[in-house]
Design a protein. Structure first.
Length: 97
């Protein structure tokens, strides 16, 4: 899983199921609610998929959060083998370490 526009303090690449699960813990650390809704999806002849989506969430401090996403997924043998996530990094909340 790659995050091309990950800001400082966020991982740009997570490899393997355990790393992805651990790396995505940031979602529950920062947000009390997080929803992503696909607005368009396109698959190619190999089964790879591109998804456009809108995210609506609430930060733990109660502040609203919105972002637009594009996900590009390579699918091999029914399993996602690569997931690239693109979003507007200027909208991402700052991580308090």
């Amino acid at each position: 899983m790659t995050f091309s526009f990950a800001p400082e303090g966020f991982s740009q690449r997570l490899e393997g199921r355990n790393a992805i699960a651990s790396g995505l813990q940031i979602v529950s650390d920062l947000f009390s609610r997080f929803e992503v809704t696909a607005t368009r999806a396109v698959a190619d002849e190999r089964g790879d998929v591109m998804v456009e989506a809108e995210g609506v969430a609430t930060l733990k401090d109660g502040s609203p959060y919105r972002n637009s996403y594009v996900f590009v997924m390579e699918v091999r043998d029914g399993t996602i083998s690569l997931w690239k996530e693109y979003n507007n990094p200027m909208r991402l909340p700052r991580r308090a370490d």
